[in-house]
Ligand binder design. Structure first.
Ligand SMILES: Nc1ncnc2c1ncn2[C@@H]1O[C@H](COP(=O)(O)OP(=O)(O)OP(=O)(O)O)[C@@H](O)[C@H]1O
Ligand SMILES: [Mg+2]
Length: 273
């Protein structure tokens, strides 16, 4: 029976962080399309807990949980930053200043300097793109299936690399960089291109767009660390690898936290202490 609970109701997933009987932080998530399951989980096991809400769908969830009075709310970006700082401390990662990219349904980009933070940008390319474009291209809808299949894919027939264009010329930049995401589908003949390759290509778009924006933000603000969070990284080693290698190539330091998607929920839980 949890006594305190933090809930981050996002566009796709509702994440919950709570202290369990052993006073350890525990986690649970539900699709945001299923507030009924959230309510049942709360009522069955945690009806006496005090709750703090955050996230874009917090107001909707609050309305749905009418039986519980006066649920406090914390602004999403504050909750997320507090959750990130808590995890950095727990994982003994030292970062004075960092760009933070929250790869949720869409992607929100922030800068954290000491105790202060502000939102500096974002892109509509995010986890929703992985699910939506992935399913439009292959018919596969389940998140786990999409990431598992994408791991088996090969991007070489989907994308065009710099080395594909500069075939016998002296390369002006690294040949292994992507010159055109999905350009290969138009320009390369390839009979064997299959759905796993397409999904790997979608992961490539997301990772490279998000990393590129973060690297530019890091350059503009003269910081080295880039912290990548959001449930889109959950179990998604391919996306992590794409982001990691590009960030390192551009001489920045990529940081991934253990509880990728739970920073907002952790921040809401800690606010509730
Ligand atoms: N079990 C799952 N079901 C669906 N999507 C999942 C699942 N696990 C991870 N994901 C991925 O995580 C993404 C959602 O990430 P996250 O939970 O951080 O966003 P959100 O908080 O719901 O959205 P936002 O912050 O933009 O409002 C999905 O778009 C999908 O790519
Ligand atoms: Mg979110």
């Amino acid at each position: 029976m949890a006594t305190r609970i933090g809930i981050d109701a996002g566009g796709t997933l509702t994440k919950i962080a709570y202290w369990d009987e052993k006073k350890e932080m525990s986690f649970q998530s539900f699709p945001s399309s299923d507030f009924k399951a959230v309510k049942e989980w709360l009522e069955t096991n945690h009806s006496l807990a005090s709750i703090c809400l955050t996230g874009g769908r917090a107001a909707q969830l609050k309305e749905y949980l009418t039986s519980i009075n006066e649920i406090p709310y914390i602004v999403e970006f504050d909750a997320t930053m507090n959750g990130v700082m808590h995890q950095l401390k727990e994982e003994v990662i030292n970062s004075e200043a960092a760009i933070i990219a929250n790869i949720g349904t869409g992607t929100s980009i922030h800068i954290m300097q000491g105790e202060t933070h502000s939102r500096i940008g974002g892109t509509g390319i995010g986890g929703g793109t992985l699910l939506g474009l992935g399913s439009a291209l292959t018919g596969i809808q389940n998140y786990k299936d999409i990431i598992e299949q994408s791991k088996m894919g090969n991007r070489s027939s989907v994308d065009i690399l710099v080395s594909d264009i500069y075939q016998n010329n002296k390369l002006p930049l690294k040949g292994s960089l992507t010159a055109s995401n999905f350009g290969g589908v138009a320009l390369k003949t390839h009979d064997t291109r299959n759905s796993t390759d397409m999904l790997a290509g979608v992961q490539g778009i997301i990772g490279e767009v998000v990393a590129t924006l973060c690297i530019q933000a890091a350059d503009a603000h003269q910081v080295e660390d880039i912290i990548y969070i959001g449930s889109t990284l959950e179990g998604n080693e391919l996306l992590q690898k794409i982001i990691e290698s590009y960030t390192i190539l551009k001489e920045k330091k990529p940081i991934f936290l253990e509880k990728h998607g739970y920073s907002g929920a952790i921040g809401a839980l800690l606010e509730n202490n």
